[in-house]
Write a protein that binds this ligand. Sequence first.
Ligand code: PLP
Length: 441
Amino acid sequence: MRAKISNLNAGLMRYGIREMVELTQQIAARDPQFKFIGENIGDPLEKGWEVPRFLRELLHAVVDGDQKRAFGYTHSRGDLAARIWVAENARRQAPASRLDPEHVLFANGLGGAISILYRCMGQGARILQPNPGYPAHISSESFFAGAASLGYHLDPASNWEPDLDHIEAQLRSHPEIAGILLINPNNPTGTVCRKPVLESLVDLAERHGLLLISDEVYFRLVYNGGRHVHLAELAAGRAPLVVMRGVSKDVPWPGSRCGWMEFHNLDLDDEYRRFFEVVKRPLMLEVCATTMPQAVVPQIYSHPEYPVWLEKYTRELEANANSVYDLLAAVRGLNVTRIQGAFYMLSSFDQGALNGRQSLPVKNPEARAYLEGLLALPGVPPDKRFAYYLLAATGICVVPASDFDSPYPGFRITTLDRDPRRRDATYRILAQSVTDYLASA
Ligand SMILES: Cc1ncc(COP(=O)(O)O)c(C=O)c1O
């Protein structure tokens, strides 16, 4: 090539959840006995869930109905009927909100929205990320800023809620912080934030003139006594707020690639309004987001069968989460929290429990040699070492906590598996593997 064409910031763009898939392929290519057990990706359809029948019927009706509605372009901000529904729904959930359908922007999945949002941030303006947090936010923010991510701790001693003192400290040290991201319910911890914490966040945003971004893609999936409080209600008239939602998790329809951003409180600040105008531009360049899911979004959530389906789904997620918790809470050296939302659990190892010599037996010599080669590279975090050994030795694929920028070494699992025998078998093997690994050196 006559010129360098690779972006030199590419190293800032990492997504450990999918990186584990690549490692899996390498091990499977070497070990014919290898059997993959995916506990890395939050896709309910991979774990025995089906989309509700009424969704399939709605889609049939759209496909056989108005061709333009199903197959044509929409407005670049999204189908108007869908945006009207989003605004009405936001106002129902948060009566203090004045969300206007013109301030709702649809994107190709929430992943697409995340990328667009950070791409539009001004040079040097930073969004403080929860640590642990979701890698697509962390990586996109960092990649477009061209610098390492800035984070605030979630505190495992307080059920992984935001450490407000750490946020204050980060704001003092980094005047470039323009906003704070909240993921509620959280991926990877399954935490649902209590109202006083959210109130403090809004106070902070108001006092320091910050943008709040609230990723609420899991807001309907709440159980075990958790209660989702809408940040839009608390922030109304007080702080600029972008709420991010989508249909991937609570329908569940991850392949829809349908997510949206709600720009609340645009009247509060000129700079925030300018930012909103900037975010609209890449959407125009992309022409529009996937049309078909937008055509059915209002009907899905207002369908009389949806609440019935959601109740069944969340009750089952609660039972799954509790049975996984019971198995892992009994493991010495590992700390887990009973989750209240989403479908992930983040465990952390006791401080000092990991060292660079521990291992699990990997029977296949080629797979073992490949793995050891990877682990000999400099800078492998201790929890990644555990996750790699676990994968090669048992086929169970978890995601190291360090891939979520967690300050506490551990790993994330999903709590989705609908087959109780398979689920219990997986987590028994996992529990035993943790014990064996910790005792190995
Ligand atoms: C917190 C969070 N935000 C956004 C997304 C992306 O969702 P989508 O499938 O709409 O891109 C995910 C997916 O796992 C997520 O966990």
